[in-house]
Design a protein around this ligand. Structure first.
Ligand SMILES: [Zn+2]
Length: 182
């Protein structure tokens, strides 16, 4: 079942705000989930991300635990988008990711001025949206030109599909029902 994280009161409900879903979201998120499967096949954690501009693929990232500790899928996708577009201003771009970004990645998302964030699995224990509200911190907006506005956030989108990949790993802490499972 699709679940949306309610930004204001930090609880989940079973409704999905259709207005926030764009026609190309499904295709792009499917690619993110495919990237997470590639990561698992390589023996890594199930995380895949990509940066898109108006539905067009700009750059991808796959978790790389054998590299640096900070080689999270989102960070690699953002760095690759920076290299490809030649700018740190990604304010027209959307960041898609198979799992809710952690605080480290959320901070980078804000610094790269990403306009919209779409993620599948919630991360209730270590999320930069549901646990530590970095993605939606309005005070960062005042620190111009380093940061820009709070991005539009669509969470829980295609969660079930992402969870099919996550279930192949011992990472039980991801998903909207993670706290109920343990
Ligand atoms: Zn991260």
């Amino acid at each position: 079942m699709l679940v949306v994280m309610n930004i204001l009161n930090n609880k989940t409900d079973n409704t999905l705000n259709m207005q926030t879903i764009k026609g190309y979201d499904k295709k792009i998120m499917l690619r993110c989930i495919e990237l997470s499967q590639i990561a698992v096949n390589k023996g890594d954690a199930a995380f895949g991300s990509l940066v898109s501009l108006d539905g067009k693929l700009i750059a991808e990232g796959i978790n790389n635990k054998n590299g640096k500790v900070s080689d999270h899928a989102e960070i690699l996708a953002l760095h690759n988008a920076h290299l490809k577009l030649g700018t740190t201003d990604l304010s027209e771009c959307t960041l898609y990711t198979s799992c809710e970004p952690c605080p480290m990645c959320s901070f980078m998302i804000r610094e790269y001025k990403i306009k919209r964030v779409v993620y599948a699995l919630p991360s209730l224990y270590v999320g930069g949206h549901s646990k530590w509200p970095i993605l939606q911190d309005e005070e960062l907006e005042h620190m111009t030109p380093i940061f820009s506005n709070v991005p539009e956030i669509l969470g829980g989108y295609m969660e079930e599909e992402a969870n099919e990949v996550m279930k192949q790993t011992p990472l039980w802490m991801f998903g909207s029902d993670a706290k109920l499972n343990k």
